[in-house]
Design a protein around this ligand. Structure first.
Ligand code: KIV
Length: 266
């Protein structure tokens, strides 16, 4: 199977076929997501919370994102890998934004980048697109704005806020984004945005009407329990399985059951 491209994303929208996306941050999990046939892997700055144990995504650095994106692209055969631009890697200037976005393609082997915002970063989206860096924009709940938003809250609930998000979606598309991520917004709003845009929308907490869906892998497989948002569906409990395996190992070592003769050399 050839590598998924941004043209495949657009084709899927036109043909009414859903786009699947998950996050991954390292070689073994990227391999699993890729082997499972998921269309795209987002190396999200959510790694700050689910891998680094931070309270939010703000401290994550460009160098850390490049390191994790490299681990993922090394594992992937088919999925399209998208690198997530961390806080302050693109807000400061258009020049910073293009230089940092370019690092994901040049140093880490990603095919595209994602950044948070639409309206305020339209110049950055335009400049990156002009430099042949495909951009996914991200509106609604944008975790890098946690201090302005006052927490992880559903966005676009009033008529005015919904109208502003719809306008922002169009701004992102007009600036050249190839896709738009919609996080934590009412499903009727994401339906309207999806119907009005010609680029595919990818939802997370945005209901069933988007062109595609993304979740944080560690939520899906039960590896992150600090909080579980309403929109998450857990398909496995790997934390429980790993805990049992490690407890069993410890007990067998303590009781002298492991190592046994058959795991030893003669
Ligand atoms: O960083 C991330 O994983 C994200 C998801 C919430 C989509 O942006």
């Amino acid at each position: 199977m050839p590598k998924i491209t941004i043209q495949d994303f657009l084709r899927k929208k036109t043909e009414g076929r859903k786009i699947s996306m998950l996050t991954a941050y390292d070689f073994p999990f990227a391999q699993i997501v890729d082997e499972a046939g998921v269309d795209s892997i987002l190396v999200g700055d959510s790694l700050g919370m689910v891998v680094q144990g931070l309270d939010n995504t703000l401290p994550v650095t460009m160098d850390e994102m490049i390191y994790h994106t490299r681990l993922v692209t090394r594992a992937v055969k088919n999925a399209m890998v998208i690198g997530d631009m961390p806080f302050m890697s693109y807000q400061t200037s258009v020049e910073d934004a293009v230089r940092n976005a370019g690092r994901f393609l040049k140093e880490a082997g990603a095919s595209a980048i994602k950044l948070e915002g639409g309206r305020e970063v339209a110049d950055q989206i335009r400049a990156m697109t002009r430099s042949d860096i495909p951009v996914m924009a991200h509106i609604g709940l944008t975790p890098q704005s946690i201090h302005r938003m006052g927490g992880y809250k559903v966005q676009g609930k009033t008529e005015g806020a919904a109208a502003r998000l719809l306008e922002e979606a169009h701004i992102a598309e007009d600036a050249g984004a190839f896709s738009l991520l919609l996080e934590a917004i009412p499903m009727e709003l994401s339906k309207k945005i999806t119907e009005e845009l010609s680029i595919p929308t990818i939802g997370i907490g945005a209901g069933p009407f988007c062109d595609g869906q993304v979740l944080v892998l560690h939520d899906v497989i039960g590896m992150f329990e600090r909080f579980v948002p309403k929109f998450v569906k857990r398909y496995a409990n790997l934390k429980e399985s790993a805990l049992k395996a490690v407890r069993d190992y410890r007990e067998e070592v303590e009781k002298g059951i492991f190592p046994s003769e058959d795991t030893s050399f003669k």
